[in-house]
Each structure stands twice: as C-alpha cells, then as structure tokens.
Design a protein around this ligand. Sequence first.
Ligand SMILES: [Zn+2]
Length: 231
Amino acid sequence: MLYVACEGESTEPDYLQYLNEQFGDGDDRGRQPFRIQPVCRRYGLTPSEVVEAAHRKAAGEDEAWALFDRDQWEDIPQAVKTAAEVGIELAFSHPSFDLWLLLHFQPFGGAQGGSTKLVIEKLRQAKGADAFKNYDKKSDKSIKGPRRDALKGREGNAVAHARSLVASCPHGACKPAHAKTEPIDRDAEPQSSQEWAARSGHAPNCPVLQRDPSTDVWRLLVALGIHTDGN
Ligand SMILES: [Zn+2]
C-alpha cells in the first residue's frame, strides 16, 4: 500500500487508478502486487498541501508520494522542504502532468516557461493518441476507457523519454542514472531540500523550477516495479 497525494481533480486520480487496475496485481515474473491509495481533492491542493496530505495519510509508516506540477509554483520550495523533512517522495512535473502523458507517445524537449498549452496540443495530435484528440476540451481531462487503452504498453517509452529529459537538462550535470528509486530509509537523517530534489537524477544545485521540461513520474513506475529503469 502506498499513498499518492495529488492536486488534480481528474487526470491524476484517474491515472493512479489505471496503475492499480493495470499493474496492481503483480505478475508471474516476480513483480510484487501494490495498491495505490490516491489522496486527491476535487478543487485542487497547493504543492505544500499535497505533501502534507501524503504525510498525514502515511503517518510515517507507509510509502507516500506527492504528485504536483509547476502551475502553483510559489509554494513549491516549501513543498520540497517539507517533503525532505518528512520523507515524502516527490513526483514533480514541469510544466504539468500532461507532459508525462505526452511522453508515452513521443519525446519532447524545449523549455515551456511553465505553460502547458503546447504540451496539450502535441498530446492531442500525437501518433497513437487518437483518444486524446479532445483532451482538455469541455474541461475533459479524464483518463478513462480509450485513453487508458492508448497508454497501455507505452510506459517503457514514457520512462525512457522522461529519463532523457534529465540527461538533456540545461543545467548540464543532471543524469538519470543518479536518480534514486529504492525505498526510503525512515531511520536515516532527514536530507536537505537540495538532496531530496536530487532523487530525480537532477543535480542537487539544479533548481527545481528550472527543470523545464521535466517529469519525475517515471520514478514512481520504477519504484513500483512496473518498469525497470534500464541502468
Ligand atoms: Zn537538472
């Protein structure tokens, strides 16, 4: 059981539910079963509130992740600091979680300055992503039915594309092979914000808000054993 807190009202909870249904039973090649308990609010949470929600649910015992994106950035440094203090894993996306969906279908690069518009346009047009043609039209950002089907079997591509964004980070010293995906040692000393945010593979002195574009969601899939990281 792990808790994953998020700020979105449909995309992220739908996606987490998809992971449960598609991969949660484990497999006969030794992958362990898991159960994600999404902790999401209908009207959204700030990144700090996401971290606090994950922390409350996990109560220092279960594994917990905080999923948030660049939208409400004022709060992000505080969210990272709290996460480091209480040992909540971060899955940050810049500019948005939509980038993670897009990476299932194609690579993507180039700074977006926090705007998710181009990412969504690319997703609507991506090869194999017909089900996303109307994504975010009439406020429909759900991931159900045909959209789930379109993601199936493409998680390896998404992980590879997300890792390559770490390698091509403009900072220059960021390496996907430096990412940490093993369970957190709850008895260890709390880490600094910089060390904690470096679990993504970005260098400790690569500012979170300048990881543009990037998404750490791939680490969640590796941590769950859904995908091996290719190291
Ligand atoms: Zn970086």
